[in-house]
Design a protein around this ligand. Structure first.
Ligand code: 9MG
Length: 275
């Protein structure tokens, strides 16, 4: 899954047309590099970020989603807003990536009625304050219990389990010890019985380990992506598609991914499942 952000810092002062053109050229480059799926986001979820309105989010993402879907590119939309979910699905998105795990009223219904795949991500707090002082009894068990409850909520809303994906949410209300613990025990999330999506690309936890700034985190991102793949992740959300694909090709040439765990649903997950 390649990342396409359409936020002000990604298009400076070029206006809407510039942002759409810029996003599309970046998106097609990621497809050319080997992305199976693109995650389009119009609102930053970085620590300390502030929300944008429904109208602004729609204005940023819908022309990009439509143009990509028209070219048969598989599109995921990173949003928590039910109105944006519905518009994105109508524009051709096949997946909703929700860092709030469909908890905003109307989100479950938007996904259920839209008939698309959804990623339920764990976050403690909100982007504006989530890194202030995250606390867990046992980070792996607490995050897993949350995702289990959200899977139950999606089933109660009539969303088939085959359309669900889970994500422990690296860096979303987690300190460095929490993040490392989650990565070390990532395979435990396979118990939930649905494919796992993981986003580690360029994250500050990697900067804390290596001392590298955000522009120099590709090697660390590749190492983290490989660990996640070895522990059963089915979808890797990454900025550096070509480098990640190359690393995965080496891994896949040596190991049978299905053996990561006999019952890992990730082994059976393909992008076709999304449509
Ligand atoms: C939007 N976004 C940023 N980081 C992410 C991550 O780790 N997982 C998911 N699902 N979405 C993310």
């Amino acid at each position: 899954m390649g990342v396409v952000n359409i936020t002000p810092d990604s298009f400076s002062d070029g206006g809407l047309f510039a942002s759409t053109e810029h996003a599309l050229s970046h998106a097609f480059r990621l497809v050319e590099e080997g992305a199976d799926l693109l995650d389009i986001g119009g609102e930053s979820t970085r620590p300390g970020s502030t929300p944008v309105s429904v109208e602004e989010e729609l204005r940023r993402i819908i022309p990009v989603v439509e143009a990509l879907a028209n070219q048969n590119v598989q599109v995921s939309v990173d949003t928590s807003k039910p109105e944006v979910m519905r518009a994105a699905i109508a524009a051709g998105a096949v997946m909703i990536n929700d860092v709030r795990a469909l908890q905003i009223p109307g989100a479950l219904e938007a996904v259920a009625e839209g008939g698309v795949t959804a990623c339920l991500m764990h976050m403690q707090g909100e982007p504006a304050n989530m890194q202030v002082n995250p606390q867990y009894d046992d980070v792996v068990q607490d995050v897993k219990a949350f995702l289990k409850r959200r899977l139950e909520a999606t089933q109660a809303a009539g969303i088939p389990r085959e359309r669900m994906v889970v994500d422990p949410g690296f860096g979303f209300g987690k300190n460095q010890v929490h993040n490392i613990e989650l990565l070390r025990h990532l395979d435990q999330f396979l118990d939930l019985g649905v494919p796992m999506l993981v986003g580690l690309s360029r994250k500050s936890m990697l900067g804390k380990i290596t001392g590298s700034d955000i522009n120099n985190r590709i090697p660390a991102s590749i190492a983290a992506a490989l660990i996640a793949a070895m522990k059963g992740a089915a979808i890797l959300r990454v900025h550096d598609v070509r480098a990640t694909r190359d690393a995965l090709a080496v891994y896949n040439a040596v190991y049978d991914r299905g053996s990561a765990r006999e019952n890992a649903s990730s082994a059976h997950f393909t992008v076709e499942t999304l449509s």
